[in-house]
Design a protein around this ligand. Structure first.
Ligand code: ZN
Length: 202
């Protein structure tokens, strides 16, 4: 059966999302076709706003609304300025915030080093991190990149880059599922890993 173009277009677009195959994309498309009008209108508005009304925090590169220069956490005076937790993605910030066991600030690298994918230090927010740590009276940098090969390599690299600065560098304790993403770790495991963080050796 040849589908009308608007339907095929939506199926194609949805299929490009992670975790959604052609079958799920078709099911969602036909669901929207028969669902109340306001659902597709809300969805369309939200999809368009996600790009036009958000931006990156100028300090930590977490996601924030486009009318703000700094994210909510960087604006919060009650957060400890002396500790920076370095993560790969904004979703990792959410994961750590959910533990309610951390009151410092963050730095979102926007990825991890990956020679295979051609992602080098200049593709991440590493230069900005070094600048922050050099200038802001930071006492500790917690390297909370994912417990994966790329995450570990990124942590090792950052450890070297930070070695010449008067700052304590720690890494989340082992116990997080290896190869997994921080965002999928359960709250208690993550809280334990945070509390048991260890100084990184040279
Ligand atoms: Zn921020």
């Amino acid at each position: 059966m040849i589908l009308p173009k608007p339907i095929q277009d939506l199926i194609n677009a949805l299929s490009r999302l992670p975790g959604i195959g052609p079958k799920t994309a078709s099911r969602l498309t036909f669901f929207l076709l028969t669902a109340p009008d306001d659902l597709s209108k809300d969805l369309a508005a939200a999809l368009s706003a996600i790009k036009s009304e958000t931006t990156y925090c100028q300090t930590c590169f977490n996601i924030t609304t486009s009318d703000q220069v700094l994210c909510e956490i960087c604006r919060n005076e009650d957060r400890d300025q002396e500790v920076i937790c370095v993560v790969e993605e904004p979703l990792d910030v959410l994961a750590i915030e959910r533990t309610e066991g951390y009151n410092g600030r963050y730095h979102v690298l926007q990825g991890a080093l990956s020679p295979i994918e051609g992602i080098g230090p200049d593709d991440l927010r590493i230069r900005e991190l070094i600048t922050r740590v050099s200038g802001e009276g930071v006492h500790e940098v917690i390297l909370a990149t994912n417990p994966s090969m790329e995450g570990d390599a990124t942590a090792m690299y950052l450890r070297q880059r930070l070695a010449s600065l008067p700052v304590r560098t720690t890494r989340l304790a082992r116990g997080l599922p290896v190869g997994g993403d921080l965002e999928y770790a359960d709250q208690h495991t993550l809280l334990r890993a945070l509390a048991g963080r260890q100084d990184m050796g040279d």
